[in-house]
Design a protein around this ligand. Structure first.
Ligand code: HSE
Length: 348
């Protein structure tokens, strides 16, 4: 591999997920280099709050992590002047753009523009940002396909727990009729901790401290994040271009401590459920807090765990459970996408 041109990664967003990815990259670089058959380097990091760093020879990620943890500007700490996100997304030294910016469900920005710029500049793109995929999947997918590029976003649903690629590859031909799942880690964590006696506010604060919640946790508790995941599933699994206004949505903020306690005393639990199904020729989706009993596997999904049940024609029910949020769990999704890209590029 010595002497070969390195594969350059450009990382946009260095918050909880970006830093989680940098730490995991340091531990799994060998695996990536083996998969790509060439050296792999993070050549640029760009973050609107933490600064920008760029070095074609590869950044010192440990230094970047220390700088971000201590609030020092990335460019200053590394002495490697950086490029803002849009420039990084089109720089010739970058082969794969990894957008880890926060989700915005109004217009998908800034993730949408980063992904679009990356694809227009001939780069493969990976994201954990739900906004662009929930709102503009069709357009981005078409752009990627028309240029022979790959767009990957496993981390947008259930973080690193495999759902999207598994549904498309491993469940191919099984004819998925419906999915039903707990797809927001923050609300499942909050509901679990409320059952254990914490107040709603205390439980939410914990979820924020642990890095599960969105930058604005309203997106979690009002069901917008779960709605984004419902849209992503509707596009990827059901090939339906559902729009946000077509999906009835209710969050957990209206559930009082008493309501949660009462369900608990009756041996049931409230779960924020996402449902997407084919009905006749159309696809329907919804997000709502739902009472579930112990006979359902979803009842046993606790804390930040998520789970999804696929109802298929050939296999009946297929159930997947695992972490739904968090720095390392989401970084695992990015690692997965890179390894999946390496396989695609090698034609297997
Ligand atoms: N805030 C999200 C959640 C992050 O709690 O599930 C993962 O998408």
């Amino acid at each position: 591999m010595r002497g070969m041109r390195a594969l350059g990664l450009g990382v946009i967003g260095f918050g909880v997920v970006g830093r989680g990815f940098a730490s995991l990259f340091l531990r799994r670089r060998d695996l990536l280099e083996e998969a790509f058959g060439r050296p792999v380097r993070v050549v640029g990091i760009s973050d609107v709050a933490r600064g920008n760093a760029f070095d074609e020879r590869g950044l010192d990620l440990e230094r970047c992590l220390r700088a971000a943890e201590s609030g020092v500007d990335l460019g200053e700490a590394t002495g490697a002047g950086g490029l803002p996100g849009m420039e990084l997304a089109s720089h010739p030294a970058v082969d794969v753009v990894i957008d880890l910016t926060p989700t915005n469900l109004s217009d998908g920005e800034p993730g949408y523009s980063h992904l679009r710029r990356a694809l227009e500049s001939g780069k493969h793109a990976i994201t954990t940002n739900k906004g662009p995929i929930a709102l503009r999947y069709g357009e981005l997918k078409e752009l990627a396909c028309s240029r022979g590029l790959h767009l990957k976003f496993e981390g947008t649903v259930m973080s690193g727990t495999p759902v999207l690629e598994m549904a498309q590859r491993e469940l191919a031909g099984s004819h998925i009729e419906s999915v039903r799942g707990i797809l927001n880690g923050t609300t499942n964590y909050v509901l679990t901790r409320m059952e254990e006696g914490l107040s709603y506010a205390e439980a939410l604060r914990e979820a924020q401290r642990l890095g599960y919640a969105e930058a604005d946790p309203t997106a979690d508790v009002e069901g917008f994040d779960a709605l984004a995941k419902a849209l992503i599933l509707s596009h990827v699994i059901f090939g339906a271009g559902l729009r946000p206004e077509e999906v009835p949505r209710k969050g957990i903020s209206g559930l009082s401590h008493e309501t949660v306690e009462e369900a608990h005393s009756q041996g049931k639990r409230y779960k924020l459920l996402v449902e997407v199904s084919r009905e006749g020729g159309s696809v329907r989706a919804s997000v709502a807090p739902t009472l579930v009993g112990p006979e359902e596997m979803l009842y046993h999904v606790r804390g930040v765990e998520n789970a999804i049940s696929f109802r298929t024609e050939t296999l009946g029910e297929v159930f997947v459970k695992g972490p739904g949020a968090g720095a390392t769990a989401t970084a695992q999704a990015v690692l997965h996408d890179l390894l999946s890209l390496a396989r695609d590029l090698r034609g297997r």
